[in-house]
Write a protein that binds this ligand. Structure first.
Ligand code: HEM
Length: 154
C-alpha cells in the first residue's frame, strides 16, 4: 500500500486530471492492478487505499453539525461507494463512476462558501492523518477549489 500518496489519488478522483498516466518512477504494481501499473490507482494501492481515505473523509463530514444536514437522509454507504468509484475511475482504475456530476449531485443544497471551505478542512485533516506530503495535500486542496463553482450555491 502507498497510503502517503493518497492525496494524489483524491486529487485525480476529484476530476482535475484525466488519467494517472503521467511520468512516474518505475514501481512494481499491485497484483490486482492488471494493465494499469502506470496509473495512480495502481501506485497508490487500489481500492483499499481509496476506501480508507473516503471513509475517513466521509465520516468527518457526516458527523459535522454544520455540514451533515443533507446526509441525515442520505444513503451514506452508497455515497462512499460513488465517491470511491469516482476516484478509482479518474485515476485509471477498473471502476465506472455511476453517480451524478458534481453540479447535479449538489443542486438545490444551497451549499455555502463556508460549508465548502469547512469540507476542505476535513479533507485536509484526513490527509494529515495519512501523513500526506504538503505538496500533494496542496494539490488536492487546489483541485477541490476548482470544483467549487459546481458545488456552491447550486
Ligand atoms: C468538496 C468537494 C466535494 C466533493 C468532491 C463531493 C462529492 C460528492 C459525490 C461524488 C457525491 C455522490 C453523487 C451521487 O451519488 O450521484 C456527492 C453527493 C452529496 N454531497 Fe458532495 N461533494 C463535495 C462537497 C460537498 C459539500 C460541501 C456538501 C454539504 C455541505 C456536500 C453534500 C453532499 C450531499 C448531501 C450529497 C448527497 C448524498 C446522498 O444523498 O447520497 N458535498 N458529493
Amino acid at each position: 500500500m502507498h497510503t502517503p500518496r493518497l492525496i494524489s489519488v483524491l486529487a485525480l478522483g476529484l476530476g482535475l486530471l484525466a488519467t494517472g498516466c503521467m511520468m512516474q518512477e518505475s514501481k512494481p504494481a499491485p497484483a490486482n492492478a492488471m494493465a494499469s501499473s502506470n496509473t495512480l490507482y495502481a501506485r497508490l494501492g487500489g481500492m483499499p487505499a481509496i476506501n480508507a481515505v473516503v471513509d475517513d473523509f466521509t465520516n468527518r463530514v457526516a458527523t459535522d453539525p454544520e455540514l451533515n444536514a443533507g446526509f441525515k437522509n442520505a444513503d451514506v454507504p452508497k455515497f462512499k461507494k460513488n465517491l470511491a468509484d469516482q476516484i478509482c475511475e479518474a485515476t485509471g482504475g477498473p471502476c465506472k463512476y455511476a453517480g451524478k456530476n458534481m453540479k447535479e449531485a449538489h443542486k438545490g443544497m444551497k451549499i455555502t462558501d463556508a460549508q465548502f471551505n469547512k469540507t476542505g478542512g476535513h479533507l485536509a485533516a484526513s490527509l494529515d492523518k495519512f501523513n500526506v506530503a504538503a505538496a500533494d495535500k496542496n494539490a488536492l486542496l487546489n483541485a477541490i477549489g476548482g470544483m467549487k463553482p459546481d458545488i456552491v450555491n447550486q
